[in-house]
Structures are given as structure tokens and as C-alpha cells.
Design a protein around this ligand. Structure first.
Ligand code: C5P
Length: 235
């Protein structure tokens, strides 16, 4: 089952509340990222939880192991159900985060899609982005990170090169077939994501900027359900 996470990429608690109000009962997961969290912190998380929503706290932790472990503890107290961290923080940082109990699910960012090989060359001359993505995903998994955040287009290759790892995938860059691309380039439809068995898709503007948000969210969910049903019917 592929779950939908709606990205609350807005500036005010008021705007976030309007989205939650419209989607309550239909969407369970919401992403609170740097924008909303920097502006409103705990208020934003509390708001989602008041609507019985689950919070994916997308703050992409990257610091020394002890600091990240403490931040994971605080995210647990805050009520986050999942949080993101940079896999490039290294094995010790990842295992320190994973050792916190109880804690939110940990989802690791491989290489930001805004970075190309030339941007990474100061760190790693002749870097191959696909190799870095694969190595980081594997390092995350062996150190207790439950999910990999990556482009939906990378999931099949990662599954193939790391078949022994039972990894969850969380993918942004999803666009309903009929929708606008906004600034996303390498997109995938909700149906394709569901067919690939991606665990969570993160969708922002196609839902939050829609004239009728509930209908837009229902359309994404229906597209994924239909794809899952079609896959079941195949012999
Ligand atoms: O509005 P849209 O559906 O493009 O939003 C997708 C969400 O996923 C945003 O919160 C964005 O920051 C995030 N994201 C992304 N592409 C990445 C990584 C994260 O769009 N490569």
C-alpha cells in the first residue's frame, strides 16, 4: 500500500489549518518542513496532530552523532511520526539516531536532487551520483534507517542493486497525469509510484494549490488504489 503525504509548504498556521480542515479524514500524513517549522515550530506540529494527522518532520538533520540523537529524542517528544536526516552525516550519526528508543521512523536523504556531479566534485572528484545514492542508501539501511528518500525514478535501480535490503521508499516529485509540473522535472504519476510499490509519496502543490483540494487528494488516492487493484488482477 502506497501512502500519501501532503507537504504543508505554506507560511502560516492559518493556511496549514485550511488544508487540514479540507483533507481531514482523507489524508493521514503531512510533511512539516523547514519553511513551516522555522516559522511556527511546535505550533505547526501540534496543529497537524489536532487533526489526527501523522507528522513527517522534514528538517534533514545533519550534525555530530550526539546532537542528532538528542534532536531525534526531541522529535519524539514533539510527536513526529517520521523524520528525515542526511545519510551523508555518516554511519556513526545514523546509528546514534537509530539507537534512540522510542523514536519516530527515520528516513534518509541520499543526494539532494538539486546537486549534480559537478556540484559534488569538491567533496568527491569524479563523483557518480547513482553510485553515491546507492552507497548512501545501503549505509543508511545497515545503520538502522528504515527508509530512503529519493527520486521515484531511482527506486527500481536501487531495488535491483540492493535486492537484499528490505528498504522503504519515500519519494517526492509526484505529479498526477493531468497536472502541471511546476518546477519538478523528473516526475512520476501516483499510479506509477503505486505500481512500483513505493511506500510513501510526498505531494505538495498539486493538492495544496488545487481549487478543490479534497477532490485533488481523492484523485491521487483513487489513482493509486486503481493501480494496486490492476496489479492484483494480473495473473
Ligand atoms: O509541491 P511539490 O509536490 O513539488 O512538493 C514536493 C515536496 O517534496 C516539497 O516539500 C519539496 O520540498 C520536496 N522535495 C522535492 N524534490 C526533492 C526533494 C524534496 O520536491 N528532490
Amino acid at each position: 500500500m502506497t501512502e500519501l503525504i501532503v507537504a504543508l509548504d505554506v507560511d502560516t498556521v492559518h493556511e496549514a489549518q485550511a488544508i487540514l480542515q479540507e483533507l481531514k479524514g482523507t489524508v493521514t500524513w503531512y510533511k512539516v518542513g523547514l519553511r513551516l517549522f522555522t516559522a511556527h515550530g511546535k505550533r505547526a506540529v501540534d496543529l497537524v496532530r489536532r487533526y489526527d494527522g501523522k507528522v513527517f518532520l522534514d528538517l534533514k538533520f545533519h550534525d555530530i552523532p550526539q546532537t542528532v540523537a538528542h534532536a531525534v529524542q526531541e522529535a519524539q517528544k514533539l510527536g513526529a511520526a517520521a523524520l528525515s536526516l542526511h545519510l551523508s552525516g555518516g554511519a556513526q550519526m545514523l546509528s546514534a539516531a537509530a539507537a534512540v528508543r522510542p523514536r519516530p521512523k527515520l528516513w534518509g536523504v541520499t543526494v539532494l536532487t538539486s546537486l549534480a556531479a559537478k556540484d559534488l566534485s569538491f567533496l568527491r572528484p569524479r563523483a557518480s551520483v547513482p553510485v553515491l545514492v546507492r552507497n548512501l542508501a545501503r549505509m543508511g539501511w545497515v545503520n538502522g534507517i528504515e527508509g530512503t528518500i529519493c527520486s521515484a525514478r531511482d527506486v527500481a535501480a536501487l531495488r535491483k542493486s540492493l535486492p537484499h535490503l528490505d528498504m522503504r521508499f519515500i519519494t517526492p516529485g509526484i505529479r498526477p497525469a493531468a497536472g502541471a509540473l511546476d518546477d519538478q522535472k523528473r516526475v512520476m504519476t501516483p499510479a506509477e509510484a503505486a505500481r512500483l510499490g513505493i511506500n510513501y509519496i510526498v505531494v505538495g502543490r498539486p493538492i495544496t494549490k488545487a481549487a478543490h483540494r479534497l477532490k485533488a487528494a481523492q484523485a491521487v488516492l483513487a489513482e493509486m488504489r486503481q493501480a494496486a487493484a490492476d496489479a492484483l488482477e494480473k495473473p
